[in-house]
Design a protein around this ligand. Structure first.
Ligand code: PLP
Length: 371
């Protein structure tokens, strides 16, 4: 039977290989996964259970529970400085699905979106899947935004620039100065900025800046997966200009209908007791960076999220390094899953400290030739 051409934009073979290794290795030291070590806090789980027990399990309004949208709007105003009304907030079943809805709402076939390289793979693949083109701007090797190249990449087809700070896979946190420069460019060229802030609370020694606080044509995306360790509950949210959010809601009526009611009641509880998950990750970050540097790697980025993106040693490709690590039970992700440049490796320190230390030990031994 026929399978659409679109499927070629959903190639995930680099990750499939990691998943395959996850299955075949016994008790792997897993520094590949992008999930926090924590489990969903008990009071949030209980709120989900209560929702089920009290039959709050039906469809909700397409854009989400009004009280939850109010709470999110208040959070965006108070913490991020983004001036939005609750009607400018919509709930989605995870930020990733949300991105597809955003693209469907703002991109026509042939349009272009500017994406940093390296970046979270769906930015590029979903753009192509809706018939648009992802124009890549390298941030390698410093992982800073290259403002000049971003502006030079704009054409009459460009509709949006997508920004992700703190960043997956580099851990970079962009400076306020650079983000203001991007906002200024977007304003001058009448472009949207799509700002993926899912790692907002994983930030070490610097501050998070929401570009939506200074540029009203920003589509801010965030969610509950990482900050509240709720990856499997599938809930995210989008805020932005009223007509853009209305368009997304129009699409949602057919694509999603409504996000999980249970997850939304749990999220109401999550927002009632915000906590700082990032503190213990800072310690892990410090240990990872120090150890990689001792092993001879140069570490850039790593000011946030829980990733380090480092260059494989000269004589090895990213695939070879990842393969060598896997031979010693350590799982990493080859950088080519995120980048057109093939020499890098992504390490996630989302896992617990003991596991992270074991993984660092394998890397040190590979580098000293004792493995
Ligand atoms: N955005 C980035 C940059 C990510 O790294 C991830 C997950 O790894 C997501 C979004 C996923 O968010 P969600 O679980 O809400 O789909």
């Amino acid at each position: 039977m026929h399978i659409s051409d679109r499927l070629k934009y959903f190639d995930s073979s680099d990750f499939q290989e990691v998943f395959r290794k996850q299955q075949i290795l016994e008790n792997p030291i897993d520094l590949s996964v992008g999930v926090p070590e924590d489990t969903t806090p008990k009071h949030i789980k209980n709120a989900g259970i209560e929702a089920i027990l009290h039959d709050r399990t039906g469809y909700t309004p397409t854009n989400g529970l009004p009280l939850l949208r109010e709470k999110i709007a208040r959070k965006l105003i108070n913490i991020n400085g983004i001036r939005v009304t609750p009607d400018q907030v919509t709930l989605v079943p995870g930020l990733t699905t949300g991105l597809l809805l955003v693209y469907m709402a703002i991109l026509d076939p042939g349009d272009e979106v500017i994406v940093m390289d390296p970046s979270y793979p769906p930015y590029e693949h979903l753009a192509r899947a809706v018939g648009a083109e992802a124009m890549k701007v390298l941030t390698l090797p410093s992982f800073h935004l290259d403002i000049g190249t971003i502006e030079a990449s704009i054409t009459h087809k460009t509709k949006a620039i997508i920004i992700n700070s703190p960043n997956n896979p580099t851990g970079a946190v962009y400076t306020k100065k650079d983000l203001l420069a991007v906002a200024e460019i977007a304003e001058r060229h009448n472009l949207y900025i799509i700002s993926d802030e899912i790692y907002e609370s994983f930030i070490y020694g610097t501050d998070h800046f929401s570009i939506g606080s200074v540029y009203s044509n920003t589509i801010t995306m965030n969610g509950f997966s990482k900050e509240y360790a709720m990856t499997g509950w599938r809930l995210g949210y989008i805020s932005g200009p009223p007509e853009t959010i209305n368009a997304i809601n129009q699409l949602q009526q057919y694509v999603v209908f409504s996000s999980s009611a249970i997850a939304q009641y749990a999220a109401l509880e999550a927002l009632s007791h915000p906590f700082n998950i990032g503190t213990k990750y800072q310690k892990k970050r410090d240990i990872v960076v120090a150890s990689l540097q001792e092993s001879g790697f140069q570490v850039n980025g790593a000011q946030g999220a829980y990733y380090v993106f480092f260059q494989a040693p000269h004589q090895m490709t990213d695939l070879e390094f990842v393969e060598k690590a896997a031979e010693h039970n350590l799982l990493l992700v080859p950088g080519r899953a995120f980048s057109s440049r093939h020499g890098y490796v992504r390490l996630s320190y989302g896992n617990d400290l003991d596991t992270v230390k074991k993984g660092l030990d394998v890397i040190r031994k590979i580098m000293t030739g004792s493995l």
